[in-house]
Design a binder for this molecule. Sequence first.
Ligand SMILES: [Zn+2]
Length: 292
Amino acid sequence: MFQRRRVNGVNVRALRTPKVKEFVHASFWTCPDCGTEGTFGVLTVCDRHYVRRCIHCWFDQRLPLPALKKRIIYLDQFVISNMMKELDPASGQLPGFYRSLFERLDRLSKLQLVVCPDSPIQDHESVVDSRYEKIRAVFRQLSHGVSFHRPRTLLHAEIMHAFRCWVGDKPFQSDVDRSFALRPNPDLWYDEIRIDLNFTLPGFPEALKQSCDKITKNLHQTCEEWRTQRDFRFKDAFNNELDGSAKLILKREASLISRMLSELAASFPSSDDWFERVRAFLAQSNFELFLA
Ligand SMILES: [Zn+2]
C-alpha cells in the first residue's frame, strides 16, 4: 500500500494512490470493444444497473440488474447487543448463536435477499453505551444504510390516516408501507463499497440519559399512585392516560404553531396584528375542538 515519492530531493514513504483499474473486479469477460480476453470486469454496482469496464482499452458498458424485493427483518436491540458481544474479542464472550445469526444475515444481505433496517431507536439505545461504535458497526453492517423514519413520524402518519378514515366514515386500514417507512428504498442493489459517516451532537448521550431517568422516575411515581389507589380499575386508568396524552399533544402543537407565528411576525413587523389574530384563532380553535 506504500510507495516512494521524492519531496525536496528526499525519498519519503507515502500512501499509494489506487489506480482506477484496481476497482475493476471479477468476473472478467472478453471486451466487446477491443476483443481482449479476460479484461472486461465489474467497475460499479448502481441501484438498478451495473457498469463493466475494460482494463485494457477503458471501454465502459452499462448493464441492467434484475428487480429486487428484499425481505425486511427488524432486529431488536437485544439481538444487536448480543451479536456485538459475540463478535468482539474484547468482550471475552465465546462465539455462539448470535455470531452464527450475524454471519447468516450478513451473507443473506450481501446476496441482496434481506435487509435489516436500523432505526433511531437502536441508535438512541446504543449511543448511551460506552461500546456505541461497536454496536453501531453491527447494525449498520446489516442495514446497509437503510433506516426507519423516526417513530414519531410514523405515528403521526398513522394518526393522520386514521383521522381521514374517520372523517370519511371508512374502516381504518394502515397505509404506512415499506416505501414510506424506510429510506432509502430497500429494494435496490448495493455496491461493494459503502462510505459511512458518523456524527453525534455533543451532549446528546447525556441529554438522553437525563430524559430517560426522568421518565423512569415519573413511571415509578405513577405506578405507586395506582398501587395505593382505592378502587383502582385498569379501564379508568387507561382512559385517563388517553385523555391526558391527547391534551398534551394538542397543547404542544398549539405552542409550536404559536411560536412559529411569533417568529413569522418578527420577520414581517409591518403586517399589523394579522399574525396575532391568526395565532389566537388557531390556538383557540385547537383547544375548543379537542378539549370539548
Ligand atoms: Zn477493451
